[in-house]
Structure formats: C-alpha cells, structure tokens
Write a protein that binds this ligand. Structure first.
Ligand SMILES: C[S@@+](CC[C@H](N)C(=O)[O-])C[C@H]1O[C@@H](n2cnc3c(N)ncnc32)[C@H](O)[C@@H]1O
Length: 269
C-alpha cells in the first residue's frame, strides 16, 4: 500500500467512526478532492500532513472539518413532493385531532441547508386544519456549516429555483440583494442545532413527526438499525417517521409499521 492509500484508508475509517458514513475504497478520489482543500484551509501543506497530525493529535475541530467535508448535502425544496402532500392531507390533520394541547413538533433530523425543514413548515402553515396550532420545527444536522445555513435561511436564485415556486417565494421569503431570506414566520418557528444521529440524542422533547430522509442511505446496516432504534425513543407513540424515497425500515427494525397509502411513512407499532 502506498502512503497515500494508507492516509485515505485512515480518513475513511475516521469518518465511519465519527458519523456512520460508509465510504468504500472506490471513493478515494472523492475523499482526496474534498479533504485536500480543508487541509490547505487549516494551514497544512497537504493531505498527508493533516493525516499525520490527526493520527497523533486528533483535535476535535480538525476532525469535524474533515467529517463535514465528506458529507453529501444535496437537497431541494419539497423534495419528492409526495411526502409533503402526505403531511398536508393525512399526517398533520390526524395529529391535530389527537393533540388537545394544540401544538405539533416536527424534527428534520438531517436538514442539510434547510430546504427540507422550511418546506415542511410552509406545508404546515398552508394546511387549513393547522389554523391556531403552534408549530415547532427542530432542524438538525451533523454539519455545523449546514446548521448555520439553515439558521440563516438565506438562499441564492439558483437554490430557490430548485422547487420553491414563485408564489411561495413571494409569500414566505423576503428579498435580500441577490438572495432570498426565509421570512419571520418561518424563522420564528425553527430552531437549528448540530446533532450527530450516531450518538445519544440530545433531543429532550417528544417529536410528532420525524423527517429522517436521505441520510440512512449513507450508513451501514448496524448504524441504520441503531439510528432507527433511537428514533423510537424520541417519537411520540402516535407520531410519524418519514424516510427518503429509497429508504425503508424493512429488514432493519420490525418495531415500525408502514402507513398504508403513504410510501416512506412509518408509525411505531
Ligand atoms: C443528502 S442530505 C439530505 C437532506 C434532506 N434530508 C433531504 O432529504 O433533502 C444528507 C444530510 O445528512 C447529514 N448527515 C450525514 N451523517 C449524519 C449523522 N451521522 N448525523 C446527522 N446528520 C448526518 C449530512 O450532513 C447531510 O446534510
């Protein structure tokens, strides 16, 4: 093995340990092309100097920067459409009927740059049954940079063009130079923080809906199982879990039952 391939193996192992993200050796080019700029940014001459330092003095900040660089943050507004229709048609009206406290808590557990939690919030505000119901959105991600972007809620023209639509842009966002910023109704209902799904969850309140979309795909089977188990502990017994279009609990955790007619939606049971 060359020194470079040993370094890349070290980085792949580090990322798996810290985040659950599995990168096979075929992804070495990706690891190298994403971590080298981080190395330069942190003042190292290159990737091998950064790895040498991490081997001997694994500083938390350097580790986080490397792990963040290897996350995939692809997202868009109202991704896949169907889950948001399910929220409006079935899930939110159902929860409102079951909630005398008139409060609904939503958690976007891998929120990336915020398109998912803001899309769910717009959906909640646009759902007629939700009139007079307090909505709280918790938006979390492993990446501190993504959490910061979500909190800021500021998007370029290219980003808003990916699924937001002119009507919603005008209704829920305010112009900010060349960018658009989430309006006060959206930001007031959202709190954002860093949460690593592969560690014990610092989420105190029971959630009514958990959006856990397009993140399990990056984990190995054992990590998927453990994350799904953790979700059961923070989801209300009559709550809903929403997975991504290619994800499922089947064969991983039998404690979830799919909701008929709503692909990707599960309830504890
Ligand atoms: C492809 S994005 C999905 C964004 C959004 N949920 C969607 O479906 O459009 C995956 C996100 O998962 C986050 N992620 C990866 N590993 C994680 C972990 N262990 N804990 C929390 N978030 C993680 C990444 O930082 C990234 O923002």
């Amino acid at each position: 093995m060359t020194e470079l391939s040993l370094d890349l193996t070290f980085l792949r192992d580090l990322v798996r340990r810290e985040s659950g993200i599995v990168l096979e050796s075929g992804k070495d080019y990706l690891v190298s092309s994403r971590v080298t700029p981080v190395a330069h940014d942190l003042g190292y001459r290159g990737l091998s100097d950064l790895v040498r330092d991490l081997r001997h003095h694994p500083a938390a900040r350097t580790t986080s920067r490397v792990v963040e660089a290897l996350t995939t943050n692809e997202t868009l507004w109202f991704r896949d459409l169907e889950p948001f229709a399910a929220l409006r048609r079935v899930i939110l009206p159902e929860l409102v009927r079951a909630r005398p406290a008139r409060r609904v808590r939503l958690w976007s557990a891998a929120c990336s740059s915020g398109q998912e939690p803001y899309s769910a919030l717009m959906t909640a505000f646009e759902t007629p049954d939700m009139m007079g119901i307090a909505v709280q959105m918790l938006a979390t991600d492993l990446s501190a940079a993504m959490v910061e972007r979500t909190r800021e809620g500021r998007y370029s023209r290219v980003e808003v063009a990916r699924g937001l639509g002119r009507e919603r842009l005008m209704r829920w966002f305010v112009a900010d130079g060349e960018h658009w910023r989430a309006g006060p109704e959206l930001t007031a209902a959202l709190s954002a923080k860093v949460v690593n799904l592969t560690r014990p969850l610092p989420v105190a309140e029971q959630q009514d809906v958990i959006l856990l979309r397009n993140v399990l795909i990056y984990f190995d089977v054992e990590t998927k199982r453990e994350v799904l188990r953790r979700m059961r502990r923070v989801l209300a017994p009559d709550g809903y879990l929403m997975l991504g279009a290619t994800e499922s609990t089947v064969g991983l955790d039998d404690a979830w039952r799919p909701v008929a007619g709503l692909p990707g939606v599960y309830r504890p049971g």
